[in-house]
Write a protein that binds this ligand. Structure first.
Ligand code: SF4
Length: 452
């Protein structure tokens, strides 16, 4: 297969399983000249913190940064709706010349009086990194004035890529969860569930599985969490992480500082869901929990497995391309597509880590193209050359797929149906079937054989 790329420096970030080097370059800044599919640093931070239901999210920057991420996640709440607003200091040319601290302070005053919040996050954007406003000082003064928490999120665009935004959000969370009473650390037999943002109620589905197993979820970070919930985070005795890209760093800091161990889980697909539930039960180490877990898996599989088998019969032989945010989701998707009889022929991520790419390489079939931090031209090239029938991605990848006459599945923020757990596995299979086998393709692709 040809690997002629528009930008030669990208060669190290792409490999083909079985034909080229096993290791590819990743976790590096995007190359100048590429239209990277990655979101910016600020956006990376915002997506992690946004689901905190009773927080004010104040974006210190031009209005566009705020509009770009307004209500960005389809996170559901069982409590307050304050997080669904997007507030901005609306910086203008004069503020850039003379500094924006006064404007920021005035915005906090207005918000504190109008909404009486317990918590305000102030996000730094690109221009704030240039003019050097002191967010820390403004936040400290405002916190004192109103007796609330005001936490700066250091997410200006020049500190790195989207992963740096995840770290900035985790640093802000780490400040928020700091316990007043250190004797309470790791005291509960409960778990924290990190990296689930309650898209379409997914965190509620997983929380219910744990309830059936007899395991208490202390707090989800950050789906449907309030600031008071998050303040109890250090009481749990185990952290489990779904989205490693965003939360691995926080879990590491919590282990280092509070001695709370962590483990990676995934609730995508039948295999990974059962495996994760079993591993959590084993870590809890209670016979009753282990027995309840097996009973739960049996109950769920009795309903789900025949449905998946039916879709597998209809979809076997199709080919998928995957381009998602984090490495762990990509790994699960290879396995989940295999459950449906579909081979992944191209796979990449925005922020995957080396060890995740090693696992992807191990799992992928020979001939699969693996790529990090792709641009649109590469996605189009490899989807076409690999003859993928569908692309899994987010909002920025959707038009690429449709322009090429390929089916598309949104596995990102703004979908309205859950893809986690057993119910999510059925939703996923149904969606793959309805997009890949849509009758529309016979009108846009000559010789399309369609599905059963
Ligand atoms: S200006 Fe910077 S912070 Fe704002 S949306 Fe653009 S890249 Fe992100």
């Amino acid at each position: 297969m040809s690997q002629t790329l528009a930008i030669n420096e990208r060669q190290d970030f792409i490999t083909t399983k079985g034909r080229q080097k096993a290791h590819l370059k990743c976790d590096a800044d995007s190359i100048a000249g590429c239209v990277s599919q990655r979101a910016c640093v600020y956006c990376g931070a915002r997506v992690v913190l946004n689901p905190i239901t009773d927080a004010i999210h104040l974006v210190h920057g031009p209005i566009g940064c705020s509009a770009y991420t307004w209500d960005i996640r389809g996170s559901l709440t069982s409590g307050e709706e304050l997080f669904r607003n997007s507030f901005s200091t609306d910086l203008k040319e004069q503020d850039v010349i003379f500094g924006g601290e006064k404007k920021l302070s005035a915005a906090i005053d207005k918000l504190a009086i109008k909404y009486n919040p317990k918590l305000i996050f102030i996000y730094s954007t690109c221009i704030v990194g240039v003019i050097g406003d002191d967010l820390e000082a403004v936040a400290k003064a405002a916190a004192k004035r109103y007796g609330i928490q005001v936490i700066p999120v250091q997410s200006s665009g020049f500190i790195g890529n989207k992963s740096a935004g995840y770290r900035a959000a985790c640093d802000a969370l780490f400040r928020l969860i700091e316990p007043a009473d250190r004797t309470m650390v790791g005291k509960d037999k409960s778990i924290n569930y990190l990296g689930d943002f309650n898209l379409a109620g997914e965190a509620w589905i997983i929380r219910d599985y744990f309830r059936q197993m007899g395991v208490t979820v202390n707090v989800v970070l950050t789906g449907d969490a309030s600031s008071a919930d998050l303040k109890k985070a250090t009481r749990a005795s185990l952290n489990i992480i779904q989205c490693a890209g965003s939360m691995h760093y926080l879990a590491g800091r919590m282990e280092e500082t509070y001695g709370i161990p962590f483990m990676q889980v995934s609730f995508l697909g039948l295999h990974d869901t059962a495996d994760s539930l079993r591993r959590v039960a084993a870590a809890i180490g209670d016979k009753e929990v282990l027995a309840r877990t097996e009973a739960l898996i049996d109950r769920e599989l009795a309903v789900t497995a025949p449905v998946i088998e039916d879709y597998r019969r209809k979809l076997a032989g199709k080919k998928a391309a995957v381009y998602v945010g984090g490495g762990f989701k990509a790994i699960s998707l290879i396995k989940q597509f295999r459950e449906l009889g579909i081979e992944v022929v191209m796979i990449g991520t925005q922020t995957g880590r080396q060890e995740e790419y090693d696992t992807i390489h191990e799992l992928a079939s020979d001939g699969t193209v693996i790529l990090d931090d792709a641009n649109p031209s590469e996605l189009e090239k490899f989807m076409t050359e690999q003859q993928a029938d569908l692309l899994v991605g987010g909002v920025k990848e959707r038009p690429l797929a449709y322009k090429l006459g390929k089916a598309f599945i949104d596995h990102n923020h703004d979908r309205k149906h859950p893809l986690s757990g057993y119910v999510g596995a059925i939703n996923f299979a149904k969606e793959v079937y309805s997009t890949v086998c849509s009758p529309v393709w016979k009108y846009v692709r000559s010789g399309d054989e369609g599905c059963e």
